[in-house]
Write a new protein. Sequence first.
Lengths: 114, 113
Amino acid sequence: ETAVFQTPNYHVTQVGNEVSFNCKQTLGHDTMYWYKQDSKKLLKIMFSYNNKQLIVNETVPRRFSPQSSDKAHLNLRIKSVEPEDSAVYLCASSGWGGANTEVFFGKGTRLTVV
Amino acid sequence: QQNVQQSPESLIVPEGARTSLNCTFSDSASQYFWWYRQHSGKAPKALMSIFSNGEKEEGRFTIHLNKASLHFSLHIRDSQPSDSALYLCAVSMSYQGGRALIFGTGTTVSVSP
């Protein structure tokens, strides 16, 4: 049923390493997002991206960067991970439209930094 | 900056009972209001949404919006064990030139058989 696919499901890494998470949507949507879900289950938007613009939440550290090859893919790279980066990273997509456009989520990638 | 808060943080509901979840927001320019549900280990999925003041019912779920009070709510009647999940309210709004869903802090619902 899920049309937003994320890999890997889990990733454990050491402080200072670089990691990259993949996301693909098969809904034909124009806009993709990355959200971070912390240990308290709070979802915070990190980036939104369509073929015209990248919007960055100003609170996101610079070590995070989205990477897109086409409108169906939006990967997330983290350079030099830190312990506070441990979280679930959720990718999402939505069609072009107004505020009533539903956002579809993937199952997430759980990152543990040791 | 938009601030979205939910209450209660968690609740336990007997099967068959009615339950109510609350969400407050701070930006009166907010345009569209959503409830998402996330089962453990699964993707958040939209339950329903509302745009104008008043109520909207879909099956066992009812959403109520009062923009003047900066408040909307989700009511679940005849709660089922399958309703046990994390419920997230969200507000759709313009965000730094684009659009984004800003989520609340979440309510964990456990329905006891």
